[in-house]
Design a protein around this ligand. Structure first.
Ligand SMILES: Cc1cc2nc3c(=O)[nH]c(=O)nc-3n(C[C@H](O)[C@H](O)[C@H](O)COP(=O)(O)O)c2cc1C
Length: 206
């Protein structure tokens, strides 16, 4: 195996972007709905998205630079993270176009809204799940503005649940890979039990 080494000096601009976004994969996609101060509705995908805490639930998405989603969340303190499934790939992708701020991506992409319960921005009606969030804080590092949100409610389509748990094969989440590539999970999930320290001691070093 021959590994190519990219030094910090080489990790600049597009080169760094393509390398790191092709390697940190697959990334979940937060389809963020938010409202501007003037009430304009906004919807945009963000794959720099993850869990920070499960108790209480706190998530984050990161805006590379300053975009409408970030501006809206700063102004209103509220947003919804809609989970993107395979069926919503085209509509999700349409909402990533560089629309002027005054345009409503829900309308352009033909995405139906459903009311949220605790926050003003609506959720995506046909998304398999949606996390209603209130802004916790924004942390800026490099060109990333990390938006941390306290999850105040979660909507889950009962059709993706089995015996009280979300089933990946039913959820059919879409994952972002490098460039314009996406990963699907349904039908390809693997299951493995995590060993305990006692299990490992019994098995020995490999
Ligand atoms: C799958 C996918 C994931 C994306 N992830 C991010 C991201 O994590 N951060 C970001 O700033 N832009 C990301 N983008 C680009 C934004 O969606 C795009 O710049 C969009 O126009 C921003 O919309 P806004 O100005 O309404 O917030 C992504 C695009 C796609 C298609």
């Amino acid at each position: 195996m021959a590994h190519v080494l990219f030094d910090k000096e080489e990790l600049q601009g597009r080169q760094a972007y393509f390398l790191i976004t092709s390697l940190v994969v697959p990334r979940p996609i937060a389809w963020v709905s938010s409202l501007a101060a003037d009430g304009t509705l906004n919807l945009a995908p963000h794959s720099y998205f993850n869990i920070i805490s499960s108790g209480p639930p706190i998530v984050h998405f990161t805006s590379t630079g300053i975009k409408d989603s970030l501006t809206n969340v700063k102004a209103t303190g509220e947003f919804v993270i809609n989970i993107v499934n395979e069926q919503m790939m085209d509509q999700m992708n349409d909402t990533a176009a560089n629309f002027p701020s005054e345009e409503n991506e829900f309308e352009w992409a033909g995405v139906e809204t459903a009311p949220s319960v605790y926050v003003a921005p609506p959720r995506v009606a046909r998304a398999p799940a949606a996390l209603e969030c209130k802004l916790n804080q924004i942390v800026s590092l490099g060109n990333g503005n990390m938006v941390f949100g306290d999850v105040v409610a979660i909507h889950v389509d009962e059709g993706v649940m089995h015996e009280g748990r979300v089933e990946a094969d039913l959820l059919k989440p879409l994952g972002r890979l490098g460039g314009s590539n996406y990963a699907t999970v349904a039908g390809h999930t693997l299951r493995i039990a995590r060993p305990t320290w006692d299990d490992m001691k019994e098995r020995g070093k490999q």
